[in-house]
Design a protein around this ligand. Structure first.
Ligand SMILES: Nc1ncnc2c1ncn2[C@@H]1O[C@H](COP(=O)(O)OP(=O)(O)OP(=O)(O)O)[C@@H](O)[C@H]1O
Ligand SMILES: [Mg+2]
Length: 379
């Protein structure tokens, strides 16, 4: 779904602020420290109950308030019918989620409601950071395609893995103890791997297409980013023979690694160790590509994922924080012309009002502009 209205209360410096008449392209500008990133953070919290800047909710709740609240009117991109989605999070870690007047009981109920993708100054970590960043990237789209049931499988997997690790740490390696948990890890782990692999392959196809389009538009970077130099591969976290093997093979691998896992005190293989490897000229891409090239590729990857989700019937919202820091004018133009054909809703921030040109998105007047200092009442 897309946002039609957004109401924010006690979220960092934003005491009370409303954005109405939201369109496809929404641009938030204002001075340093005025609350631009906080608006994007609020949308992100509505989508996944957490901030992208801080793990601790106490740092996000306004200093003088006991709880923050974010509420939005959502609608299908093509429709008018709106439904309300709201979140309240307290300093005491309380969480209340409501959709269409009903309280949501499980995180899984958020799947598919408001898929939000983020491009910000930390996005290069997709290449330069650890595998957890890349698993999060991939799992985001698997999670939102609700009928796949990823969250349920992942929850069962995590629980079984925790039990196995506890037994390993206590030196309890008897077959009768480990076997039930390994069975559960294998069943759920094979399903998780199959979902991730299928989604990855589709993202990789779309990615090649998008990179070509960006290169055509900006006419640069062609050598380093060409397909023969740049490759990416999915690693399942265990040897599944490129997707040929399933639960039985994972179970056998776990049984075979009991002793060594026991010595280490944790499970060394499985989907919790999955990764995506980006290579350029056969070596780690982050060791050769420039920061600008990495940013372009990260944008292309994220857009490829958004496009796939559109094909899977989901309306995606893209947040781009600090637009000029992420993309020069050429890349911005290329990115926006792509987005305008993809039906994604965009929220972008910048200090200067003229960092986003209407002509990049279609006709003049197609960008809805908000000055964050004018939105905040009592902020
Ligand atoms: N819990 C909080 N309560 C009150 N104010 C806060 C809290 N957390 C952060 N702030 C303040 O809120 C403001 C919002 O910061 P934000 O990062 O959204 O600004 P910004 O417009 O994105 O700035 P920049 O252009 O520097 O990126 C800052 O002035 C910050 O000091
Ligand atoms: Mg900011």
């Amino acid at each position: 779904m897309h946002l039609k209205e957004l109401h924010i209360h006690a979220f960092r410096n934003l005491q009370q602020c409303s954005l109405r008449d939201l369109g496809q392209f929404n641009f938030i500008h204002g001075r340093n420290g005025s609350g631009k990133t906080s608006v994007l953070e609020a949308i992100h919290m509505l989508s996944l109950t957490r901030s992208f800047r801080s793990r601790q909710v106490a740092s996000v709740v306004n200093f003088d308030a006991p709880a923050l609240m974010v509420r939005a009117q959502l609608a299908e991109a093509a429709g008018q019918d709106t439904r309300s989605l709201g979140i309240q999070r307290g300093r005491d870690k309380s969480l209340l989620l409501k959709y269409d007047g009903e309280r949501l009981r499980s995180f899984n109920d958020l799947a598919g409601l408001l898929p939000v993708q983020l491009i910000n100054p930390d996005s290069f970590l997709l290449f330069e950071g650890g595998p957890a960043e890349r698993r999060q990237f991939l799992d985001w789209s698997v999670f939102h395609v609700k009928h796949l049931g990823f969250y349920g499988e992942w929850t069962r997997y995590r629980k079984a893995l925790k039990q196995r690790n506890t037994l390993l740490r206590r030196g309890k390696l008897a077959d009768a103890l480990l076997s039930p948990w390994e069975g559960e890890i294998a069943q759920t782990g094979a399903k998780i791997t199959a979902m991730r692999r299928a989604q990855f392959e589709r993202i990789a196809d779309g990615f090649a297409d998008i990179v070509k389009q960006i290169q055509r538009d900006i006419g640069a970077d062609a050598a380093a980013l060409s397909q023969q130099h740049f490759t990416m591969r999915f690693h399942s976290g265990w040897d599944d023979a490129e997707g040929e093997l399933g639960a039985d093979a994972l179970r056998a691998a776990l049984v075979g690694s009991r002793e060594q896992d026991g010595r280490q005190g944790f499970t060394r293989l499985g989907p919790h160790r999955a990764d995506i490897r980006f290579l350029c000229g056969g070596v780690n891409a982050s060791d050769v590509l420039s920061r600008g090239q990495i940013k372009t590729l990260v944008c292309a990857l994220k857009l490829a994922q958004c496009r796939l989700m559109r094909e899977q019937g989901l309306d995606v919202v893209l947040l781009v924080d600090d637009l000029p820091a992420e993309l020069d004018r050429e890349r911005r133009r290329a990115l926006f012309s792509l987005i305008s054909t993809m039906g994604i809703q965009l929220f972008a921030t910048s200090i200067a009002e003229d960092d986003l040109d209407d002509s990049w998105c279609g006709a003049s007047g197609c960008v809805t502009r908000f000055h964050v200092e004018h939105l905040a009442v009592g902020g």
